[in-house]
Design a binder for this molecule. Sequence first.
Ligand code: PEP
Ligand code: MG
Length: 325
Amino acid sequence: QQRQYAQELSFKTVTQDGKRIYLYINSGLLSSVDSETGSDSDGIGLYRTEILFMIKQCFPGEIEQLEIYRKVLKAAGDKPVVMRTLDVGGDKPLDYFPIVEDNPFLGWRGIRLSLDHPELFLIQLRAMLQAAIGSEQLHVLLPMVSNLEEVDLALIYLDQACQELTAELGKTVTMPKVGIMLEVPVLLYQLDEVAKRVDFVSVGSNDLTQYLLAVDRNNPSVSPLFDSYHPGVLRALKFAVERCNEYQLPISVCGELAGEPIGAILLIAMGYDQLSMNQASLARINYLLRRVSQTELNQLLAQALKLNSGEEVRLLVGQYCEQKG
Ligand code: PEP
Ligand code: MG
């Protein structure tokens, strides 16, 4: 079966009724980028830069970051690369930058930390921009955004980095595509304003689920409650893609859900057409999505959204997946 899936990788993902789906990979370690991007994905949908920061003993400098980002972009050929700015805090600690707080998941995480330390943020942005000079691959992704001021401020720093580099290097460094992670539920209700500011949205379904359900995603005592198939979570995901389509804001999903057969089926049924997942899931998801049709999926989704629990959703959509092999 695995071999059968693997052969599928040479096919682009097109559903039975002709809808093109874009499948990207999540990555974070340079050592894994070569083999991962050598595959037939449509690009890197999430490059977690924090991994680099987590394996070091101190903050990596501009040159060090630049060299690594350059290799990542090169490994992706001419395919797009979504580089997420530093997303530490919460469950991702840095030994050399301890954060002590009572509720880390509600605390100093992601963009909050970068905006409070512009000197670190600017180094990272400058490194990304320099790595991408001469190509259009770079997409900068801002994690854990919870209000519009954060987006506006991040854009000001990005513009500053472009201007500095243009002056220093004597060639025009232009703004890359910029997007935000949709992880904090409140932004679901401000997607119209988000659309005026950025080029794309990427749903972090791991954090979005955690914050919608008020369940710490790493706490074993409440792990049965962490459920991305909770019909309420599914309705939120459907709401997000519908709003983004309305505002012509490209949207993808890069949380674990996108790499799970049941999750991928539901997301495509809702209207998503870009999924980013671990390399290991790619062939299987491609196999599955090439065998479904939107008409079938519409019916399945309507049924799923009427169910009362994640367990019932898994049962229903799991049966459908089995029929597809
Ligand atoms: C997410 O929250 O779904 C996500 C992709 O980000 P991370 O898992 O790295 O927090
Ligand atoms: Mg996240």
